[in-house]
Design a protein around this ligand. Structure first.
Ligand SMILES: Nc1ncnc2c1ncn2[C@@H]1O[C@H](COP(=O)(O)OP(=O)(O)O)[C@@H](O)[C@H]1O
Ligand SMILES: [Mg+2]
Length: 383
């Protein structure tokens, strides 16, 4: 039986201890099971605290993939440790980074051989101002969003994705080789085509299924935060939604040879975010990126992330931790309150929030009537 064997287990972080992590020399905190707020001015270390918690769930930083840069300047190492409780059981998670050495990541004092084994044990969703890149950046970020959710519960998916990317690189290298040597060999391209379809088709099926289940959850959250005042849509855009992957590869093979890269496949998939109407090209609707106000975009992103939370929870039967970084920024008072009411309901577990305005967050939480702890952060120190 797994560690979390109850239905909709509630796991929470009881204690966190950090040494030499970012701007913290040393800190020890004990958390509420409900809501925890980190308050303080800009640059004091609120977000860094969330990042320390993020490390314990994902074995890496939300922000900086280079572990050694998360060590306090001029210190030789950092340690982040947490005790998670579920019922009477405790999971002790340790992450240690020493300059020039391999990352040490332990569960109950036992070193992981592969970090990937830890992913999914302690689900967590972080909502951050950096989410705006889902709207502003290219399709890769949105594919990562989708892949990040599915790989939390489907290890085969992750494997297919890694294999697909390898095969794609081989196929592109071969196309380049043909161009350089002014040669062509249909059978060797065919080998890679077959493998692209072998790994890509199940990825497409899984993405399609995920988006179908995800859309109604997303719509519900959007309506709730915007108080039902707006319509938005979300759609999965893939070249192979309507056509056979293999036929598309064959049909585009001359173009691929000319361009020396593969122009069709699931590496071109995207999510389409629209305001008003439907995302379908035949009906109206305006691109969120161009026409959404900052507040509308923020609401859209919040709905996406909360839907991700609910989706992971329902599949894993385990309530993720929720990290809310600077969410009151750009949200009007009404939406901020709607959001806080929403996440304080049953169904959400332990929450960590940052805010620069202690009075605002305290009043809001008192109004809602939930238990909360406040941690005042000042230049890498906690009060
Ligand atoms: N490796 C590091 N060593 C020391 N300080 C760091 C390190 N990484 C980030 N910082 C500092 O952390 C501060 C930012 O903390 P952050 O948690 O983002 O603040 P905020 O309270 O605004 O969320 C900055 O002053 C930055 O210089
Ligand atoms: Mg911050």
């Amino acid at each position: 039986m797994s560690f979390f064997n109850r239905y909709f287990c509630f796991v929470h972080l009881q204690k966190l201890s950090i040494v030499n992590f970012k701007n913290y020399e040393q800190a020890e905190l004990e958390f509420s099971e409900d809501i925890n707020c980190f308050v303080g001015n800009n640059g004091e270390g609120k977000t860094n605290m969330l990042d320390a918690i993020y490390y314990l769930s994902f074995t890496k930083s939300f922000f900086n993939p280079i572990d050694s840069q998360n060590i306090l300047h001029d210190a030789p190492f950092f340690v982040v440790q947490g005790e998670f409780a579920s019922g009477k059981k405790v999971e002790s998670i340790y992450c240690g980074i020493k300059k020039g050495e391999k990352k040490q990541f332990k569960r109950n004092k036992k070193l992981y051989k592969k970090l990937a084994e830890h992913i999914g044990l302690l689900p967590l969703v972080m909502i951050s101002p950096a989410d705006s890149e889902l709207i502003t950046e290219g399709s890769e970020v949105r594919r990562k969003f989708v892949d990040g959710v599915i790989s939390q519960y489907n290890k085969q998916y992750l494997e297919n994705l890694l294999n697909y990317n390898k095969v794609l690189a081989h196929r592109n290298a071969l196309l380049k080789h043909f161009a350089e040597t002014r040669s062509f060999d249909a059978t060797s391209i065919e080998v890679w085509d077959n493998r692209l379809v072998e790994f890509g088709q199940p990825i497409h099926t899984e993405r399609k299924k995920f988006i179908e289940d995800f859309i109604p959850i997303f719509q519900r959250y959007f309506e709730e935060i915007s108080q039902g005042n707006e319509k938005v849509s979300l759609e999965y855009n893939s070249q192979i939604n309507d056509d056979s992957f293999m036929q598309l590869l064959i049909a585009n093979s001359a173009k691929d040879r000319a361009r020396q890269h593969t122009s069709v496949g699931i590496h071109k998939d995207d999510l389409v975010f629209k305001l008003g109407g439907s995302a379908s090209p035949t009906t109206s609707g305006f691109a969120m990126k161009k026409f959404g106000s900052q507040g509308q975009q923020k609401t859209y992103l919040l709905a996406l992330k909360l839907a991700k939370f609910e989706y992971i929870k329902s599949i894993k039967k385990l309530t993720p931790l929720l990290l809310l970084d600077d969410i009151f920024d750009k949200l009007d008072a009404l939406r901020a309150k709607a959001l806080m009411e929403l996440v304080s309901r049953n169904g959400f577990g332990q929450i960590f929030i940052t805010d620069t305005n202690e009075q605002r967050i305290t009043e809001l939480l008192k109004e809602i009537g939930k238990d909360f702890s406040i941690f005042r952060i000042n230049n890498g120190k906690v009060k």
